[in-house]
Design a protein around this ligand. Sequence first.
Ligand code: HEC
Length: 116
Amino acid sequence: MDKKGAFVAVSYAIILGSVVYFSGNSISTAADINAKELYMTHCKTCHGEDGKPTDLGLGLEARDFTSPEWQAQISDEKIIKQINDGTPEKMFPFKEKLSQEEIKALVPIVRGFGKK
Ligand code: HEC
């Protein structure tokens, strides 16, 4: 292979690599997920800006995320499961809408409401 051939081969490898990388399902890494923004976009309507349920949330019986009792009895796994699966007629599932990384990133946000 001459010099030019090698250059072309390397360029191809880079292009191919980026195509595979950017077309992947989970292009977002933990670092570029803005969990607070995700919460404000998808959760605030029912769970409130500060974790206290809105009137809409209250009507559907959403919990108060600022309650120490609620924080104490729920596990991270349950929070993740709830965001994934939702509750029929109350909270819609987010597993189609958000990536697993994004859902996991929301756990500390929900936890954060419990800390004064
Ligand atoms: C349409 C209103 C609505 C939206 C939007 C919504 N929720 Fe909920 N959520 C609820 C209701 C209602 C409940 C109570 C469900 C139940 O009693 O099973 C709930 C329950 C929860 C629970 C706790 C369940 C438990 O076992 O105590 C968590 C955690 C939660 N939601 C997180 C989120 C997050 C994070 C988002 C955004 C990605 C979100 N919710 C979006 C209405 C909503």
